[in-house]
Design a binder for this molecule. Structure first.
Ligand SMILES: NC(=O)c1ccc[n+]([C@@H]2O[C@H](COP(=O)([O-])OP(=O)(O)OC[C@H]3O[C@@H](n4cnc5c(N)ncnc54)[C@H](OP(=O)(O)O)[C@@H]3O)[C@@H](O)[C@H]2O)c1
Length: 323
């Protein structure tokens, strides 16, 4: 079968592998689709923070049909989706025509969502949904403006689409306002701001602008969002596209009762995975999802890796692993 393989002594490339290469696990999946996430860009570059073992088939998402199963959780013929849980990091992932995985984190693709759309949602969309699930515990539509950072990226794009469909008023913060302002408004953002407004280091408490926020950028941007969140608001943090630092102080928390809520998709328990996927099936406008999706073949994914890490990929990219 064909697979993208990252090795210690040469750049990532498409090559033929035998099934034994994939190792052992409960379930063999005939993979139809994968997707490209920021983390996949890091793995394709051999970054040891993601590619924890080499050689490695990257791809933190996979969608396909169960071929054989040693687990009662899934049966041959089931259409399943797997996001994270170590695939494409510490074990082989979705950039191959087959995958051997453990059943524990598999979710059945919900009715009404195609295999391609499930891959387009992927880890980025799943994480956006986890962020919304966390945000809506504290912030309701009508409470005020919610800001989404890294807006034109995968997490940001799906978060905007979800929030606007749920009735929130959304401000999109992006470094590509001129190029992609229309795209972001089309996803449902009511206001688009240049990310430079939030990227500068500033005072830890500033004029309150946001009822809440969904951040995938980290660093001074997240610090600014916290500084500008009003009393009792909640900001979710899932990413580090700008940086892993967080230059703030306790002041937003003790003067404004702001909450900072961490979001992690990789190790999410299966009940939360099922809840998030059920909500994605009902709350995400699939036509909007299609409009933010670009399709590539397995051989094209290698050259796209540096582009997603550089922040120049828009929305979501699905990978047809048979092409
Ligand atoms: N915790 C988890 O489980 C989890 C799950 C998924 C993703 N993540 C993380 O979330 C982040 C986003 O993932 P993604 O798949 O959405 O990536 P992506 O598609 O590359 O989107 C990232 C976006 O961040 C913005 N950005 C990039 N560099 C920036 C910089 N220097 N300063 C400010 N903004 C910058 C860009 O948006 P604009 O062009 O609009 O400015 C870019 O499109 C990554 O750090 C990823 O590792 C974490």
């Amino acid at each position: 079968m064909r697979a993208v393989v990252v090795e210690s002594d040469r750049p990532a490339s498409v090559r033929e592998i035998e099934q034994e290469f994939l190792g052992t696990g409960d379930v063999l999946v005939d993979v139809a689709w994968s997707s490209l996430n920021y983390k996949d860009g890091m793995a394709l570059a051999g970054d040891p923070g993601v590619a924890r073992t080499l050689p490695l088939v990257p791809g933190i998402d996979l969608v396909g049909t169960v071929a054989t199963s040693a687990s009662p959780a899934v049966s041959p013929g089931d259409l399943v989706v797997l996001n994270g849980a170590g695939v494409g990091e510490s074990r082989h992932g979705g950039f191959a025509e087959r995958a051997v995985v453990d059943a524990g984190s598999l979710v059945l693709v919900p009715e009404g969502v195609s295999a391609r759309q499930a891959a387009a949602i992927g880890t980025a969309g799943f994480t956006a949904m986890l962020s919304v699930l966390r945000l809506e515990r504290d912030v309701r539509p009508g409470d005020g403006e919610v800001v989404v950072t890294g807006a034109a990226g995968g997490v940001g794009s799906v978060a905007i689409a979800l929030l606007s469909r749920l009735g929130y008023s959304v401000t999109a913060s992006s470094g590509r306002v001129d190029e992609l302002g229309g795209y972001l408004r089309g996803l449902g953002a009511t206001t688009v701001v240049d990310r430079s407004e939030l990227a500068e280091a500033g005072r830890p408490v500033q004029r309150a602008r946001w009822a809440g926020g969904i951040d995938s950028v980290g660093s001074t941007t997240l610090a600014s969002v916290l500084a500008q969140t009003r009393w009792g608001g909640t900001v979710t943090a899932c990413g580090l596209a700008q940086g892993a630092d967080l230059p703030t102080s306790v002041l937003p928390f003790i003067l404004r009762a702001v909450s900072l809520a961490g979001v992690n998709s990789v190790d999410a328990p299966v009940e939360l995975r099922r809840e998030a996927w059920a909500r994605l099936a009902t709350d995400l406008d699939l036509d909007l999802l299609d409009s933010m999706t670009t399709e590539v073949g397995l051989s094209e994914v290698v050259e796209l890796g540096p582009r997603i890490v550089a922040g120049s990929v828009r929305g979501r990219t699905v990978v047809d692993v048979r092409r």
